[in-house]
Design a protein around this ligand. Structure first.
Ligand SMILES: C[S@@+](CC[C@H](N)C(=O)[O-])C[C@H]1O[C@@H](n2cnc3c(N)ncnc32)[C@H](O)[C@@H]1O
Length: 252
């Protein structure tokens, strides 16, 4: 088990109640949106042609309340959600019962998933494995789980947002941490560590796992956007991308 995982799981056990309201809000709609600004998939096109999702095997790596998988299930995909935090899986199970959409949920970290090689056509994560797991562990695992030609789509904070954000503070218009060597960050002693690998090493890692980069979508906050998160403002995210979505394909 990775050294950080127990602490992350404890933190997510405590935070899980706060994710019921956003979880229910997301489960309540059919519209696919991305990230803290809720930008519609119809504008970003991260998943490609949604009609092609029908019948596809999908794994969500760090599914939390499971709403991303629910959106894909409604489009005919066959998702499996994995998450290491039992309390978050309990939330996902409760929403499955409430909304009548069922798919398998497995307790596991994205670094080691108890499923066979080449089982999925699409792997997806929105603020799941993409920031909570070490990319040097979860990206090779995603490559193992995908079939040749399969796609990995992940949303995370942009590295530029991370280098502009001080510990225990809000993003500024200054570079406040080093770019070189950035990956594992402890924002404060009372929060679990996160992973924010910079762009060059991320491309190199993806390529070493057999992925070709198809797109890197820099997400701009819409006019008038609001968020309950305190580490970033809409004003900042109108000027610079606070989030990014990678779409990469496993070579066939
Ligand atoms: C913000 S939620 C993201 C999921 C979903 N988009 C949501 O908002 O409900 C983050 C999830 O990542 C999970 N997580 C933490 N560490 C993980 C790891 N190593 N591998 C996979 N998921 C992890 C947490 O348990 C939590 O449920």
């Amino acid at each position: 088990m990775p050294d950080y995982l127990e602490r992350t799981r404890e933190a997510w056990t405590k935070m899980s109640a706060e994710y019921l309201e956003p979880g229910r809000r997301h489960w309540s709609t059919d519209e696919i949106t991305w990230g803290i600004w809720g930008v519609p998939e119809s504008e970003l096109g991260a998943l490609g042609d949604l009609d092609l999702l029908r019948g596809k095997d999908v794994i969500e790596l760090g599914c939390g309340t499971g709403y991303v998988s629910s959106w894909l299930a409604r489009r005919g995909a066959k998702p499996v959600g994995i998450d290491p935090t039992p309390a978050q899986l309990a939330n996902a199970r409760a929403f499955q019962a409430e909304f009548g959409i069922e798919f398998p949920l497995i307790e596991a970290g994205a670094e080691e998933v108890p499923l066979p090689d080449a089982s999925f056509d699409l792997a997806v994560t929105e603020y799941g494995a993409s920031i909570w797991a070490d990319p040097y562990l979860w990206i090779p695992e995603a490559a193992r789980l995908l079939r040749p030609g399969g796609t990995l789509v992940f949303l995370r904070n942009s590295p530029i947002a991370s280098i502009c954000t001080p510990n225990e503070g809000v993003a500024t218009d200054r570079l406040v941490r080093d770019w070189f060597g950035m990956n594992r960050i402890e924002w404060s002693s009372h929060e679990p560590e996160e992973f924010h690998l910079t762009t060059g090493p991320m491309i190199r890692l993806l390529r070493s796992c057999g992925f070709t980069v198809e797109d890197l979508i820099e997400v701009q906050a819409p006019v008038g956007a609001q968020t309950r998160y305190e580490y970033i403002t809409a004003e900042w995210s109108r000027r610079w991308p606070s989030e990014e979505i990678w779409r990469v394909r496993k070579e066939g």
